[in-house]
Write a protein that binds this ligand. Structure first.
Ligand code: ZN
Length: 353
C-alpha cells in the first residue's frame, strides 16, 4: 500500500486536490529552500536540498511548522533535486535516495497530522519538480531529450511513493514547462504547473496569459505563478490570468516587498547598496499582516490555490490562513495584545512622528 493512502484507516478517502479546489480555496506553503538555508542546513549558491539526507529531522520540522500554521499541502522537498543539480554538487549517486527520502518525510508528517484531522481532511502531499537550467529555447527537441528524463524519473518516484499530486514550478520557458507537464501526466496524477514571472513575458516570448493557456490546453489541472515577484507586483498578472484562465489558478508570491521599479526580488536593493538577492533580503520581508492582505486579495481575484514562496515563514502562513477565515492549530497562540502590559492599556510604544 502506498504510504499516503495509509492515512484513512477509517475507510473514508482523503479528499484530493481537485475535489478541494472545487469546494473552495486550498492554502499551500513553500519556500523550503530559503528557510532551510537561513536555518543553516543548506548551502546558498548551489541551492541543492542536501538537508533531506543530512538533516532529515530539520525538513520534517519545517513541514510540521507549515502544517501547524495551516498549510493543507506538504510539498516534498525535491526542488532542485534533479539529476543535473545533484551532479553539480557531486552527489548524483544519491539522487534517487534523496528524492525518495524527501517524499517519505512529507508523507510521514502528513500522516502525523492525520491523527488530529478528519481523515478526509488530512494534509495532501505533493511531489515537486523545478526548472532545470538545461532547457534551450532555440533547440526544443534536443532540450527535451535532456530534461524530459530528469522530470520523468522524479515524477515516477513521486508516484511510487504515493503523493496526491505533483507541482512543477519556477519555469521561465513555456517549452520546459510543457515537458514537465508531460512527465506528470504520464503518472496519471493531477498536475499543478507554475511560471516564475520575472519579466513581462516568458523567456520564449509568450505573455503569461498565453503561457498558462498553453499549459491548460495540454491538460494541466492547475496553472499560475510562483516565486520571483511579491504580491505588490504579481497581483496585476493574476488579474489578467484570471480573466483568461479557465482552469484552477495558483499564486505563490515571494514574501518580499517588490516594487514597480524593482518588480522581482532578484532586483531588490537599498539605495547605495549592492543587490539584496539572495542573502540580504531580510529588510524587504513582508509582515504577516501584509501576507494576510495578499491572501484576501488573491481570493477576491479568484485565485484557487493560494500560497507563498521564498521568504515564507510559519507566521505568514498562519496569518494567511486566519485571513481566509480558518482556525488552525497555531491559532491557539495567535496574538492578543490586550494582554500586553503596555500596549494592552491603550498606550503606544512608538514615539510620535
Ligand atoms: Zn521562491
Amino acid at each position: 500500500m502506498k504510504q499516503s493512502e495509509a492515512i484513512p484507516e477509517s475507510g473514508v478517502p482523503k479528499r484530493g486536490i481537485l475535489q478541494r479546489l472545487k469546494e473552495g480555496i486550498v492554502l499551500g506553503a513553500e519556500g523550503y529552500l530559503f528557510e532551510l538555508e537561513r536555518r543553516g542546513y543548506l548551502k546558498a549558491g548551489p541551492y541543492v536540498p542536501e538537508v533531506v539526507l543530512d538533516y532529515p529531522e530539520a525538513v520534517k520540522e519545517l513541514h510540521r511548522e507549515f502544517l501547524h500554521a495551516g498549510s493543507e499541502v506538504m510539498v516534498a522537498f525535491t526542488y532542485y533535486a534533479h539529476r543535473d543539480k545533484m551532479r553539480v554538487i557531486g552527489r548524483e549517486a544519491n539522487l534517487e535516495e534523496l528524492n525518495r527520502q524527501a517524499l517519505r518525510l512529507a508523507i510521514e508528517v502528513a500522516n502525523e497530522a492525520a491523527n488530529n484531522a478528519a481523515p478526509e481532511d488530512a494534509a495532501l502531499v505533493a511531489g515537486n519538480l523545478s526548472n532545470t537550467w538545461k532547457y534551450d529555447p532555440d533547440d526544443h527537441e534536443a532540450s527535451e531529450k535532456i530534461v524530459a528524463p530528469m522530470f520523468e524519473e522524479q515524477a515516477a518516484w513521486a508516484k511510487e511513493e504515493g503523493v496526491d499530486f505533483i507541482i512543477a514550478e519556477t519555469f521561465s520557458h513555456v517549452g520546459e514547462a510543457l515537458i514537465a507537464l508531460k512527465a506528470i501526466k504520464q503518472t496519471g496524477l493531477p498536475s499543478m504547473v507554475t511560471f516564475i514571472p520575472i519579466y513581462e513575458r516568458s523567456l520564449d516570448g509568450h505573455t503569461w496569459e498565453d503561457a498558462c493557456k498553453m499549459l491548460e490546453d495540454s491538460g494541466a489541472d492547475i496553472v499560475g505563478l510562483n516565486c520571483g515577484r511579491g504580491p505588490n507586483t504579481m497581483n496585476g498578472f493574476l488579474r489578467s490570468l484570471r480573466k483568461k484562465a479557465g482552469s484552477y489558478l495558483a499564486a505563490q508570491p515571494v514574501a518580499y516587498r517588490t516594487t514597480e521599479k524593482q518588480p522581482f526580488f532578484q532586483a531588490l536593493k537599498e539605495p547605495g547598496c549592492k543587490c539584496a538577492f539572495p542573502l540580504a533580503l531580510d529588510p524587504f520581508t513582508h509582515t504577516r499582516d501584509e501576507m494576510a492582505k495578499f491572501a484576501i486579495e488573491a481570493r477576491e481575484i479568484g485565485v484557487n490555490y493560494i500560497g507563498i514562496c521564498c521568504g515564507a515563514a510559519p507566521h505568514h502562513v498562519r496569518a494567511m490562513a486566519e485571513a481566509l477565515g480558518r482556525i488552525v492549530p497555531a491559532s491557539k497562540y495567535s496574538s492578543d495584545m490586550s494582554m500586553h502590559p503596555v500596549i494592552g492599556t491603550g498606550k503606544s510604544l512608538c514615539k510620535e512622528d
